[in-house]
Write a protein that binds this ligand. Sequence first.
Ligand code: NI
Length: 242
Amino acid sequence: MASAHKTSYPEDGPREAGRLIPDLWEPVQQRIVDYQLFHFGFWGAALYQPGVKRHIRPMAILKIARMGHPVLLAKAELISDPKASEIQQLIEDMVETMVDANGAGLAAPQVHVPLRLVVFQAPAERADEGIGEEEKYDHTAPLTILINPEITPVSDDIVEGWEGCLSVPGLRGLVPRHSHIHYRGTTPDGEKFEREARGFHARVVQHECDHLDGILYPHRMRDLSSLIFESEIRHLVEDVET
Ligand code: NI
């Protein structure tokens, strides 16, 4: 499947969410298990993943800035050394924070760090319905750490879709985005990589990278009558999907 595409990622393998970057993902999984061991005992943790080590490490869930905090409006700075230990620690903490908050993505300014770094994932469950296996390649992405990203639209096609944001809690909005993009950036190992993205994958990358330029999704909306509380989305979602 991967060979049909020019886009690749170091340590390439099947695009299964959370599995392509074992160095980053496995410590996070270990911490989840450690947390479960601590709070729920062995059998609670065994439900998640049997046969694990029993040491306890501190969790590092970062505080998320909310709309109105100036850090969300600032232009973030380029990262000169992706391999620096502070950056590696920040990445690990951001992944933990994103998983803890059940978010699809997180940008460094959202945790009060004005640097050009985003983490995200686009699991198969979020991909558009009715797309073929080959198409899914561009529609999905595993847990990805993207440093100093650059986005180029591949087509002029713009689609609207519902978005939420951990910095705008409780709300949802209908946001226009490019349906097909190309993006590139640097991995935590300092290697360049690039991908094409469509659908939800393209949307989440555009949303997260907007955070690096001080843009929140409501700034992109054409019609604020579609800015709603998420508990009310059932009134509208039927109209959106047809
Ligand atoms: Ni956001």
